[in-house]
Write a protein that binds this ligand. Structure first.
Ligand SMILES: [Zn+2]
Length: 365
């Protein structure tokens, strides 16, 4: 799994590899980019290249083998969401007193420490930075470089100040990665001690190209609309659940159809009844609300003559039919209502009832 597996942003990857080649990699790097742009993947790739035992080169620049014991163990940290969920679950199982003193870390290799935001506040806490300080001045145990990856830029004040002290005088053999959507989320004093490396959004063509390789079973039309819905983020395209999205969008279309062309409600009730309480229902409802938003937005695009921006291109004929009964004022009112439903859901109002009420409020009759 070498650098060539990183999709998009090839100039940036090239620049990073040139810095590795000169053996003058900065001690603090802020990787910026939208969610899903590959910041974490790239940081763990650099960690592997720094510590790979084989030290292969491709196109004359440092790469990593992906197979040696260092690459393999650092690679185990790839699925960050799953590892974080497991770590949180493990902590929840502890006794109250221990729970308070346990902070979240992900470590699959002795020289690479991954520091996610700590729940429930979802912030980086001072105890997490302290762990970094306890580790960073020791020579690497099995690799050549100690790597620390903060996966989020939300630092508690004290944590940010402690990190600042380390960044003022980091040891020769350590690299700290800070991942952020915008560099502006971090203190100016931290920014000024780091190199900022931005990852940009991918173009539609780049995402479709990626999906053609990784989702050959999808129809080109499906790949095209997943690319549009992924908003330039390769991570979102990769994990896109087409089946679940299609199911929730069908439900969303039924709700809009009933509201706009209401003849009878039996289809609608069948749909809304299936949205129940509990974690499963919550996920399903989130998806449904997302689908409703994206359909309403597409209808607004059609209404304003910007049909080229429509994302749900595979149901375009259906959208055009809905658009005939929906004018601008209705679309704006529907978006506002949807916002209210979303707020209600957060307060745990009954899902099926709020969906029925949402539809009723939008009826044209
Ligand atoms: Zn290796």
């Amino acid at each position: 799994m070498p650098f060539s597996d990183f999709h998009g942003n090839s100039e940036t990857v090239q620049r990073i590899r040139e810095m590795l080649a000169r053996d003058r990699f900065p001690h603090g790097v802020i990787l910026t980019g939208p969610a899903g742009s590959g910041k974490y993947t790239l940081a763990t790739m650099v960690a592997r290249a720094m510590n790979c035992l084989e030290r292969p080169k491709t196109n004359g620049l440092p790469d990593f083998c992906g197979r040696c014991s260092n690459c393999a163990r650092i690679g185990q940290a790839e699925d960050l969401d799953v590892l974080c969920a497991n770590a949180i679950e493990a902590r929840d199982a502890l006794k109250e007193t221990e729970k308070k003193e346990t902070r979240l870390f992900i470590q699959t290799h002795p020289d690479v420490l991954i520091i996610p935001p700590d729940p429930p506040q979802m912030m980086i806490k001072v105890d997490q930075v302290r762990r970094l300080i306890e580790n960073i001045y020791f020579l690497p145990a099995e690799g050549r470089e100690r790597v620390f990856i903060f996966t989020n830029s939300a630092f508690m004040k004290e944590a940010a100040n402690s990190l600042l002290k380390v960044l003022e005088e980091p040891p020769e053999f350590a690299t700290i990665f800070l991942l952020a959507e915008n560099a502006g989320e971090l203190l100016p004093t931290i920014r000024s001690r780091c190199m900022i490396v931005p990852l940009r959004r991918l173009s539609l063509a780049e995402l479709e190209d990626y999906l053609a390789k990784h989702r050959p079973e999808w129809r080109p039309q499906q790949r095209a609309f997943v690319a549009r819905l992924s908003d330039g983020a390769v991570g979102r395209a990769r994990s896109f659940d087409l089946e679940a999205y299609s199911a929730s969008r069908n439900d969303a279309l039924t709700i809009l159809r009933t509201a706009l062309q209401a003849r009878e409600h039996s289809d609608l009730f069948k749909v809304t009844e299936s949205y129940r309480a509990g974690a499963e229902g919550r996920r399903k409802t989130d998806l449904l609300l997302g689908s409703l938003y994206s359909l309403l937005q597409d209808l607004l695009f059609l209404d304003s003559g910007s049909g080229n921006l429509v994302r749900n291109t595979d149901v375009l004929p259906e959208l055009q039919k809905l658009r005939e009964s929906a004018d601008f004022d209705w679309l704006v009112a529907a978006s506002e209502r949807l916002n209210e439903v979303e707020r209600g859901m957060r307060r745990n109002l009954l899902r099926s009832l709020s969906l029925d009420a949402f539809e009723a409020a939008l009826e044209r009759t």
